[in-house]
Design a protein around this ligand. Structure first.
Ligand SMILES: [Zn+2]
Length: 179
């Protein structure tokens, strides 16, 4: 089972920059990915749910993949892609979470031609612990696709979005099959 979420919801726009709203971008990404997956095998967040409500509703077990989608934000000159995993998965470079996150970072960096900022533990995020990465799922990855605040990142993302998301679907399928 793949649990996929758009990171933000109706009352939580996330980052806003250059005319883009993170929530709208992540919903679009989620919807495109789901269109290319077997719906019987997917559970998604509802846009009216808060992150806490979604996290309480889902019960991803050890056989599941949890995938949460975000865009990063910062100084206009900063760009690149990165993924977060929980501290335990970060400590074990052979964990499937770490491997999937590493593959997603490398793929995104290659297709978009942006910097690979690498896989990071949730302890280094702005929150000391990210709830959705600690629900007991077999694989949990939070993807920061690129910087919404970077004109170059967003130009590249909008040009290469379809190619990128097609490859992400393949990675999700591959790791779901290993769990
Ligand atoms: Zn976000």
């Amino acid at each position: 089972m793949i649990f996929i979420s758009a990171g933000h919801h109706n009352n939580d726009p996330g980052a806003v920059a250059n005319g883009y709203i993170e929530r709208d971008l992540t919903k679009d990404v989620r919807n495109i990915i789901i269109q290319n997956l077997d719906v019987k095998n997917v559970i998604q967040d509802k846009d009216f749910e808060t992150n806490a409500q979604y996290q309480r509703r889902i019960k991803p077990g050890s056989g599941s993949v949890v995938f949460d989608i975000h865009f990063n934000s910062g100084n206009p000159t900063v760009g690149g892609t990165e993924c977060y995993v929980n501290q335990k998965d970060f400590a074990d470079k052979n964990s499937l979470s770490y491997k999937m996150a590493d593959e997603i970072c490398k793929l995104t960096s290659k297709i978009l031609g942006i910097r690979n900022r690498g896989v990071k533990p949730d302890s280094l995020s702005q929150h000391s612990k990210i709830g959705i990465l600690n629900l007991g799922s077999g694989i949990s990855v939070l993807w920061e696709i690129c910087f919404i605040s970077s004109v170059l990142d967003m130009q590249s993302y909008l040009q290469k979005k379809n190619e990128l998301l097609k490859e992400i679907v393949n990675i999700l399928r591959k790791y779901d099959a290993q769990k």
